[in-house]
Design a binder for this molecule. Structure first.
Ligand code: SF4
Length: 259
């Protein structure tokens, strides 16, 4: 039997963050995540469920339920149904998609063969899984998690060390083999200058032209407010002193009430 995917949902919306913000995107949301970010806006994705939901008509918000796991044929057929235009981005997101490497690789193979634009949104820690498929991905959006607001989830054997910097650096080295990659860091009132510096040092050592998006947190979960403007602009200047391509960009979809 071929690979199967445990999903949360497939739906169409506008990309709400990063360099492709505002573009129509089909989101394929995989179930399961091994991190716990204080601001997580999708805790319903932390554990794969018995069922997933598939949007029936692009942008209409009408869904049908299907049992998990789904055959890859069904996943790809549904993507094709929602995105007839070849240029539409297909985002493989979660949860953490790379926790299901067989399924993600099978979807990537099929989409790549069909000439689709593949956008992988990942927490940026599972380099070996990414290495299996990275050359077929058009854009890797990798988070750089800061330990001030992010922990490993229950039942995870943590990687060595108290933070995520070394694991992210290893991931970025692999992600550079994709057609494009950018790093996104979510900053909150708890963010420390020293942890941002540790991230900037590592990115600059790998490639100082790596695009970086600094994303002020959208208050959610245990995070109640954004950092103030002075801190945000200070972090922007700090990052620009070491990297060539830095932007400060909040999420846009909460502004108009989309997911
Ligand atoms: S990695 Fe993503 S899905 Fe997992 S806890 Fe963090 S924000 Fe939520």
């Amino acid at each position: 039997m071929g690979a199967e995917a445990s999903l949360v949902e497939i739906f169409v919306s506008a990309q709400g963050e990063g360099p492709e913000v505002g573009r129509t995107t089909v989101f394929v949301r995989f179930g399961g995540c091994d991190l716990r970010c204080g601001w997580c806006d999708s805790p319903g994705t932390w554990r794969p469920g018995a069922v997933c939901r598939l949007e029936v008509e692009a942008g209409r918000g009408v869904f049908e339920e299907r049992a998990n796991p789904l055959p890859i044929d069904v996943v790809v057929e549904h993507i094709e149904r929602l995105a007839p235009r070849r240029s539409t981005w297909i985002s493989l997101t979660g949860g953490e998609p790379l926790l299901q490497p067989d399924a993600v690789e099978a979807v990537v193979d099929r989409l790549h063969a069909a000439g689709r634009r593949i956008y992988l949104e990942t927490h940026g820690l599972h380099a070996a899984a990414l290495a299996r498929m990275v050359e077929r991905i058009d854009l890797v959006s990798m988070d750089w998690k800061l330990a001030s607001d992010v922990q490993w989830g229950p039942r995870v054997t943590p990687l060595p060390g108290e933070d995520f910097h070394d694991a992210h650096a290893a991931f970025l080295r692999v992600a550079r083999r994709a057609r494009a990659v950018y790093v996104k860091v979510v900053v909150t009132p708890s963010t420390r200058d020293a942890e941002l510096d540790a991230m900037l040092d590592r990115i600059a050592a790998i490639d100082p032209s790596t695009p970086l998006v600094i994303q002020p947190v959208t208050p959610t979960g245990s995070v109640r407010e954004r950092p103030d403007a002075d801190r945000l602009l200070g972090w922007l200047a700090r990052a620009e002193s070491r990297l060539a391509d830095v932007r400060l960009v909040p999420q846009t979809h909460p502004i108009y009430g989309a997911r």
